[in-house]
Design a protein around this ligand. Structure first.
Ligand code: HEM
Length: 353
């Protein structure tokens, strides 16, 4: 009976052909593992951020006199406001973690190699935009933590001679982080960044669909997606499984780790005249922040970071050597471990220095 109903509904909206045609006939390489699902998990994370963000917008007031109060109202008065806000905070951190895992898995599997160079470039742009989402969103609660962490980050451009102060002034809308900065960051967070992010994700996923997923380097050499398994059910079920793992982690963190995400300084209203003793940027900015701190010449420090970011963005155009198995490329593998260790060391140093 149920099968009859399913067939009848399928026929009337013509989705059977779609399912058959598109999802079963689209092939993925044999041996694709759960690491190949991190991109789609990131996309789902972004969608949850958008939906929870829209609900927060109903009660949030982007004004220095009201922002902090409206957030406290969301946390303590609005039904399930605390859940929506905690989802938004937890997923903003988790999204960066998942993108970094996606990035590392792409690097280890050398899945950026020709013809995937542009997919990589689009991916790095998505990482940078996600970090700007985090930076702009961070100021919106207008707490001591958000005010002073934003002051630290918006001070970095001042290291540039001549134009530095102007860049910082444009970012802040004046000498200091103020109500103007709040409305600029609010506009950035809810109006400018979303369409840019979605168009680059569209381009990124379009490129992946056009060229097919790269086959895992441990597969028999030369085996392509065409010789692989159907997307549905083989790969779709892996994606659904990882999305469920993602949500379990989100709700575990919301239930058992709230104090980790909302410390005391985040529950204190912003006071531009009272500089807290210890203020650090969020964990994902600690490595560049510590690097900036240890290099005495500020201009050199910032220029070096911009150069590293440019090399990172265009990496596939520099690393063109043949060979798809990183374990057969000892120099590249050593370089990868070195960069990862340096990033971890700077982050930990930044946290405890
Ligand atoms: C918001 C951030 C991102 C989203 C939503 C995203 C989404 C996706 C999706 C859906 C795929 C298909 C396979 C999968 O699901 O994993 C994919 C593949 C890919 N992504 Fe991303 N991605 C993001 C960030 C990045 C970053 C930061 C990089 C690299 C720096 C990157 C490079 C790639 C490459 C090279 C592939 C092709 C992999 C292959 O052919 O096997 N992506 N991405």
């Amino acid at each position: 009976m149920l099968q009859k109903v399913k067939d009848r509904v399928g026929e009337s909206i013509g989705c059977c052909g779609l399912l058959q045609g598109k999802l079963r006939e689209y092939k993925v390489p044999k041996g694709v593992n759960i690491l190949y699902t991190l991109g789609i998990v990131t996309l789902i994370a972004y969608m949850v951020q958008a939906v929870s963000g829209y609900f927060l917008l109903i009660y949030y007031i982007p004004h220095p006199d009201h922002a902090f109060k409206s957030i406290q109202e969301i946390m303590n008065v609005v039904p399930f406001g605390w859940l929506l806000r905690m989802m938004h905070i937890v997923i903003s951190n988790l999204m960066v973690v998942i993108i970094l895992l996606h990035l590392v898995s792409i690097f280890v599997m050398l899945a950026y190699k020709k013809p995937k160079e542009l997919t990589w470039v689009a991916g790095v742009c998505l990482l940078f935009i996600t970090l700007i989402f985090c930076l702009s969103g961070y100021l919106l609660p207008w707490s001591q933590r958000s005010l002073w962490a934003t002051t630290i980050v918006t001070n970095i451009p001042t290291a540039f001679p001549i134009i530095g102060d102007n860049i910082a002034n444009v970012l802040r809308g004046g000498e200091n982080v103020s109500g103007i900065t709040l409305s600029r960051f609010f506009a950035l967070h809810v109006a400018f960044l979303p369409p840019i992010f979605l168009s680059i994700v569209g381009f990124h996923v379009f490129l992946v669909k056009q060229m097919g997923l790269s086959s895992p380097p441990f597969n028999a050499q030369g085996e392509t997606a065409a010789e692989g398994y159907p997307f549905y059910p083989y790969f779709l079920l892996k994606q659904v499984f990882m999305i469920m793992v993602f949500f379990s982690v989100v709700f575990f963190m919301i239930t058992f780790m709230q104090p980790f995400f909302i410390q005391e300084a985040a529950n204190t209203p912003a006071d531009p005249f009272k500089t807290p003793v210890h203020i650090k940027p969020e964990w994902y900015f600690l490595a560049p922040y510590q690097m900036f701190k240890i290099i005495p010449n500020k201009f050199f420090g910032v220029s070096l970071q911009i150069l590293l970011a440019a090399v990172f963005l265009l990496w596939p155009f520099f690393e063109t050597k043949e060979g798809k198995n990183i374990f057969k490329r000892p120099w590249l593998f050593a370089f990868f471990i070195l960069v990862l260790a340096a990033w971890l060391a700077l982050t930990v140093w930044g946290k405890y220095s």
